[in-house]
Ligand binder design. Structure first.
Ligand SMILES: Nc1ncnc2c1ncn2[C@@H]1O[C@H](COP(=O)(O)OP(=O)(O)O)[C@@H](O)[C@H]1O
Ligand SMILES: [Mg+2]
Length: 167
Protein backbone atom coordinates (compact mmCIF):
# COMPACT_ATOMS: atom_id res chain seq x y z
CA UNK A 1 0.00 0.00 0.00
CA UNK A 2 1.33 3.41 -0.84
CA UNK A 3 1.74 5.91 1.96
CA UNK A 4 0.56 9.46 1.74
CA UNK A 5 2.96 11.67 -0.19
CA UNK A 6 3.19 15.31 0.82
CA UNK A 7 4.69 18.44 -0.65
CA UNK A 8 4.72 21.97 0.71
CA UNK A 9 5.40 24.96 -1.53
CA UNK A 10 5.42 28.71 -1.08
CA UNK A 11 3.93 30.71 -3.95
CA UNK A 12 4.81 34.39 -3.94
CA UNK A 13 2.12 35.51 -6.35
CA UNK A 14 -0.89 34.32 -8.31
CA UNK A 15 1.25 33.26 -11.29
CA UNK A 16 3.37 31.03 -9.05
CA UNK A 17 0.21 29.31 -7.82
CA UNK A 18 -0.95 29.00 -11.44
CA UNK A 19 2.35 27.37 -12.38
CA UNK A 20 1.93 24.68 -9.71
CA UNK A 21 -1.56 24.01 -11.08
CA UNK A 22 -0.14 23.86 -14.60
CA UNK A 23 2.44 21.29 -13.53
CA UNK A 24 -0.40 19.18 -12.18
CA UNK A 25 -2.36 19.64 -15.41
CA UNK A 26 0.60 18.48 -17.47
CA UNK A 27 1.19 15.44 -15.25
CA UNK A 28 -2.43 14.41 -14.69
CA UNK A 29 -3.60 10.99 -15.81
CA UNK A 30 -7.26 10.03 -16.32
CA UNK A 31 -8.83 9.79 -12.87
CA UNK A 32 -6.79 12.54 -11.27
CA UNK A 33 -8.90 14.36 -8.67
CA UNK A 34 -7.72 17.40 -6.72
CA UNK A 35 -9.68 18.74 -3.77
CA UNK A 36 -8.95 22.44 -3.29
CA UNK A 37 -9.29 23.75 0.25
CA UNK A 38 -8.85 27.27 1.49
CA UNK A 39 -10.83 30.32 2.57
CA UNK A 40 -12.64 32.56 0.07
CA UNK A 41 -10.01 34.30 -2.01
CA UNK A 42 -7.25 31.87 -1.05
CA UNK A 43 -6.47 31.02 -4.67
CA UNK A 44 -8.39 27.81 -5.41
CA UNK A 45 -9.72 29.11 -8.71
CA UNK A 46 -6.30 30.52 -9.62
CA UNK A 47 -4.86 27.03 -9.07
CA UNK A 48 -7.68 25.56 -11.21
CA UNK A 49 -6.83 28.03 -14.01
CA UNK A 50 -3.30 26.67 -13.96
CA UNK A 51 -4.55 23.10 -14.23
CA UNK A 52 -6.64 24.13 -17.23
CA UNK A 53 -3.60 25.74 -18.85
CA UNK A 54 -1.47 22.66 -18.15
CA UNK A 55 -4.08 20.50 -19.86
CA UNK A 56 -4.25 22.98 -22.75
CA UNK A 57 -7.99 23.35 -22.18
CA UNK A 58 -9.27 25.93 -24.66
CA UNK A 59 -11.86 27.53 -22.37
CA UNK A 60 -11.18 29.86 -19.47
CA UNK A 61 -11.47 28.30 -16.03
CA UNK A 62 -13.49 30.58 -13.79
CA UNK A 63 -15.62 29.90 -10.75
CA UNK A 64 -18.72 28.02 -11.81
CA UNK A 65 -21.30 30.65 -10.86
CA UNK A 66 -24.69 29.38 -11.94
CA UNK A 67 -23.87 25.68 -11.99
CA UNK A 68 -21.88 23.61 -9.56
CA UNK A 69 -19.72 21.91 -12.18
CA UNK A 70 -18.13 23.34 -15.31
CA UNK A 71 -16.80 21.05 -18.00
CA UNK A 72 -13.82 22.06 -20.12
CA UNK A 73 -13.38 19.84 -23.15
CA UNK A 74 -10.83 20.02 -25.94
CA UNK A 75 -7.68 19.81 -23.84
CA UNK A 76 -5.44 16.78 -23.36
CA UNK A 77 -8.03 15.32 -20.97
CA UNK A 78 -11.53 16.48 -20.07
CA UNK A 79 -11.48 18.81 -17.07
CA UNK A 80 -14.42 19.09 -14.69
CA UNK A 81 -14.29 21.92 -12.21
CA UNK A 82 -16.77 21.87 -9.33
CA UNK A 83 -17.38 24.61 -6.78
CA UNK A 84 -19.54 23.29 -3.97
CA UNK A 85 -19.71 26.59 -2.06
CA UNK A 86 -23.42 26.91 -2.77
CA UNK A 87 -24.24 23.27 -2.19
CA UNK A 88 -26.43 23.19 0.87
CA UNK A 89 -27.90 19.74 0.41
CA UNK A 90 -25.14 17.11 0.46
CA UNK A 91 -27.64 14.59 -0.94
CA UNK A 92 -27.47 16.45 -4.24
CA UNK A 93 -23.83 15.47 -4.53
CA UNK A 94 -24.81 12.07 -5.92
CA UNK A 95 -26.61 13.83 -8.78
CA UNK A 96 -23.50 15.73 -9.69
CA UNK A 97 -21.78 12.42 -10.44
CA UNK A 98 -18.40 13.60 -9.25
CA UNK A 99 -17.07 10.05 -8.99
CA UNK A 100 -17.99 9.35 -12.61
CA UNK A 101 -16.56 12.71 -13.60
CA UNK A 102 -13.20 11.69 -12.25
CA UNK A 103 -12.90 8.50 -14.24
CA UNK A 104 -11.88 9.60 -17.72
CA UNK A 105 -10.49 13.00 -16.95
CA UNK A 106 -9.39 15.45 -14.30
CA UNK A 107 -11.70 16.55 -11.51
CA UNK A 108 -11.14 19.69 -9.44
CA UNK A 109 -13.37 20.40 -6.45
CA UNK A 110 -13.47 23.70 -4.59
CA UNK A 111 -15.08 23.47 -1.13
CA UNK A 112 -14.84 19.65 -1.01
CA UNK A 113 -15.86 19.86 2.68
CA UNK A 114 -19.45 20.38 1.46
CA UNK A 115 -19.48 17.02 -0.31
CA UNK A 116 -19.73 15.20 2.97
CA UNK A 117 -17.15 12.63 1.92
CA UNK A 118 -18.79 11.76 -1.42
CA UNK A 119 -15.57 12.21 -3.37
CA UNK A 120 -12.99 9.90 -4.97
CA UNK A 121 -10.79 8.09 -2.47
CA UNK A 122 -7.79 8.50 -4.77
CA UNK A 123 -7.27 12.25 -4.60
CA UNK A 124 -4.80 15.01 -4.15
CA UNK A 125 -5.65 17.37 -1.32
CA UNK A 126 -4.45 20.92 -2.00
CA UNK A 127 -4.61 23.24 0.99
CA UNK A 128 -3.99 26.90 0.18
CA UNK A 129 -3.26 29.33 3.01
CA UNK A 130 -2.66 33.08 2.60
CA UNK A 131 0.47 34.05 4.52
CA UNK A 132 -0.44 37.73 4.72
CA UNK A 133 -3.73 39.57 4.47
CA UNK A 134 -2.38 41.80 1.70
CA UNK A 135 -4.70 42.27 -1.29
CA UNK A 136 -3.64 42.16 -4.94
CA UNK A 137 -2.02 39.49 -7.10
CA UNK A 138 1.25 39.24 -5.22
CA UNK A 139 0.61 37.98 -1.72
CA UNK A 140 2.33 34.77 -0.65
CA UNK A 141 0.41 31.55 -0.19
CA UNK A 142 1.41 28.26 1.35
CA UNK A 143 0.35 25.27 -0.74
CA UNK A 144 0.23 21.94 1.04
CA UNK A 145 -0.35 19.03 -1.31
CA UNK A 146 -0.94 15.52 -0.11
CA UNK A 147 -1.72 12.51 -2.25
CA UNK A 148 -3.84 9.56 -1.24
CA UNK A 149 -3.91 6.74 -3.74
CA UNK A 150 -1.76 5.73 -6.71
CA UNK A 151 -3.12 8.16 -9.32
CA UNK A 152 -2.74 11.21 -7.09
CA UNK A 153 0.64 10.00 -5.94
CA UNK A 154 2.02 9.73 -9.47
CA UNK A 155 0.71 13.21 -10.28
CA UNK A 156 2.23 14.70 -7.13
CA UNK A 157 5.59 13.08 -7.83
CA UNK A 158 5.62 14.84 -11.20
CA UNK A 159 4.68 18.16 -9.56
CA UNK A 160 7.48 17.63 -7.07
CA UNK A 161 10.00 17.06 -9.89
CA UNK A 162 8.78 20.24 -11.58
CA UNK A 163 8.75 22.23 -8.34
CA UNK A 164 12.41 23.17 -8.45
CA UNK A 165 11.74 25.31 -11.51
CA UNK A 166 8.38 26.62 -10.32
CA UNK A 167 9.42 28.80 -7.43
N1 LIG B 1 0.19 33.76 -4.20
C1 LIG B 1 -1.07 33.83 -4.69
N2 LIG B 1 -1.66 32.69 -5.13
C2 LIG B 1 -2.94 32.72 -5.59
N3 LIG B 1 -3.71 33.83 -5.67
C3 LIG B 1 -3.15 34.98 -5.25
C4 LIG B 1 -1.82 35.02 -4.75
N4 LIG B 1 -1.53 36.30 -4.40
C5 LIG B 1 -2.63 37.01 -4.66
N5 LIG B 1 -3.61 36.24 -5.18
C6 LIG B 1 -4.96 36.71 -5.56
O1 LIG B 1 -5.93 36.11 -4.71
C7 LIG B 1 -7.14 35.91 -5.43
C8 LIG B 1 -7.55 34.44 -5.36
O2 LIG B 1 -8.83 34.33 -5.90
P1 LIG B 1 -9.52 32.95 -6.22
O3 LIG B 1 -8.57 32.02 -6.86
O4 LIG B 1 -10.78 33.26 -6.96
O5 LIG B 1 -9.88 32.43 -4.74
P2 LIG B 1 -10.80 31.21 -4.30
O6 LIG B 1 -11.18 30.44 -5.53
O7 LIG B 1 -9.95 30.41 -3.36
O8 LIG B 1 -11.97 31.82 -3.60
C9 LIG B 1 -6.90 36.36 -6.85
O9 LIG B 1 -7.39 37.67 -7.00
C10 LIG B 1 -5.38 36.33 -6.97
O10 LIG B 1 -4.88 37.25 -7.92
MG1 LIG C 1 -13.06 29.94 -6.34
Amino acid sequence: MSETLELELRCEDADATRRVGAALGRAAAPGTAALLQGQLGAGKTVFAQGVGAGLAAPSVVNSPTFVLVNEHLGGRLPLRHADLYRLDDPDLIAELGLFEAAEDGVLLVEWPERADGALPADHLLVRITPLTDAAGDAAPRRLELSASGPIARAALQAVERAATVLA
